[in-house]
Design a protein around this ligand. Structure first.
Ligand SMILES: Nc1nc2c(ncn2[C@@H]2O[C@H](COP(=O)(O)OP(=O)(O)O)[C@@H](O)[C@H]2O)c(=O)[nH]1
Ligand SMILES: [Mg+2]
Length: 401
């Protein structure tokens, strides 16, 4: 596979050479992969760009892209260039100061081959470590854990702040709308994890040690840029929070529409003389069709199953997982009316007779809907739009791919 190492630099004259040489050596060792190195440099005043141009004379696989100042803006342009111009299969963004050591790359590529889409070296899984001083520990904790994990709700991986990661292009990075991303600074990191999660990517974290800077100075410090970064981080996290809640609200609206469809169907089929339990199941099937269409094109639009070849398979799969709710509804109505129908009729006599009298099935219908909802929520998030990893059904989840 074609791996593009996306190296961002700002005043990294001393580090960029050794990084490119290290990657060239690694490239020779990895038989299955071909490395292309792309440096995105924001016109570093120390002449990093000139040095790269000089190295390009003896290397065919080295490219330079000059970008405006800002890590976010530079990475976004770099991702696009890596996909469009360099035809990457995998993109691995990294710093060039060796704090994230490129020695982890072979292990990251193995995980991609295993089927993961995004592999994140992490300081927050057992075996991982950082070398932060007290100030960086605090700012990292606030932005990574409090703001991005808890407030924004980005929970796909624990370490959201690092640049280093391996990303599959096909079906994943290519689906991220990079033109829409409006981030300039370091906030690009949690934002990318969030955007990647919307494509349905499978994430994996591997333990990594964040080491010492090889040479040069960090660009993070308390200055105007730092304050801008803090503001951008909080605003961006809030935007993500709102976007995520919108998904829950949409899911609820779709569910409500499904409920109306189910009810109208039930009443219609009962009116036509069909047994209540069967009518309920037929109504439920109509609701399933409406739920599938609305959720696919609206609630989970980002994970939309577009290809016409795949849609029928997904719909069938969707039906199979929802069949639980249909059966639950049928059984609840059938057993309810059979066992407690008489009781219901005597309970709801009098002024409620027009609604409940002899129509006890309505009560069990509502009950069946309740049970069915619980089942559906579990089934949708486990098998269809996969927003959760199931321990119990992990193997089935994988097979349904
Ligand atoms: N292209 C580009 N790269 C940048 C910019 N700011 C920082 N970088 C690079 O991003 C990487 C991480 O920055 P660094 O200062 O090491 O941050 P730290 O590791 O969190 O202290 C380094 O390779 C920097 O050279 C920028 O404005 N443009
Ligand atoms: Mg660094």
């Amino acid at each position: 596979m074609r791996v593009v190492n996306l190296l961002s630099t700002y005043n990294e004259r001393e580090n960029i050479g050794p990084m490119i040489e290290y990657l060239d050596d690694l490239d020779k060792k990895l038989k299955k992969h071909e490395f292309v190195n792309l440096v995105v440099d924001s016109h570093s005043p120390d002449g990093t760009g000139d040095l790269v141009r000089k190295m390009m004379k003896t290397r065919k696989n080295l490219h330079l892209l000059e970008t405006p100042r800002g890590l976010g803006i530079s990475l976004i342009q770099g991702y696009k260039y890596a996909m469009k111009k360099l035809k990457a299969d995998i993109v691995i963004p990294n710093d060039v100061d060796f704090q994230w050591h490129p020695k982890y790359i072979p292990q990251m590529l193995e995980k991609i081959e295993e089927g993961y889409d995004v592999v994140v070296p992490s300081r927050h899984v057992p075996g991982g470590k950082d070398n932060f001083d007290a100030f960086r520990k605090l700012t990292h904790f606030v932005s990574n854990t409090l703001v991005n994990h808890y407030w924004a709700g980005i929970r796909e991986v624990k370490d959201l702040a690092g640049n280093f990661k391996a990303i599959r292009v096909k079906g994943i990075l290519e689906k991220v709308n990079l033109n829409k991303l409006d981030v300039r600074g370091y906030v690009i990191q949690p934002t990318m994890i969030y955007e990647l999660s919307k494509t349905g990517a499978k994430f994996c974290e591997i333990p990594a040690v964040y080491g010492e800077r090889r040479a040069g100075k960090t660009k993070v410090g308390v200055n105007i840029q730092f304050i801008k970064d803090v503001i951008e981080t909080v605003l961006n996290a809030t935007k993500i929070r709102i976007e995520r809640s919108q998904q829950v609200i949409k899911f609820a609206i779709v569910g409500f529409i499904g409920f109306i469809v189910n009810t109208v169907g039930l009443e219609l089929f009962v009116f036509l003389g069909i047994r209540p339990s069967i009518s309920g199941m037929m109504g439920a099937e109509l609701a399933i069709i409406s739920n599938f269409i609305l959720n696919n094109f609206w609630t989970f639009a980002a994970k939309k199953i577009v290809s016409l070849r795949k849609a029928p398979i997904k719909f069938l799969q969707f039906n199979l997982t929802s069949i639980g709710a249909v059966l639950i509804q049928g059984t609840t109505i059938e057993l309810g009316t059979l066992l407690f129908g008489g009781l219901m009729n005597s309970l709801f006599s009098g002024f409620l007779t027009p609604f409940w009298g002899n129509n006890g099935y309505r009560f069990f219908y509502i009950m069946g809907i309740g049970f069915g909802l619980i089942w559906n929520y579990f089934a949708y998030t486990t098998f269809i739009w996969k927003t959760r990893q199931s321990k119990l059904f992990g193997w089935l989840q994988k097979r349904l791919g």
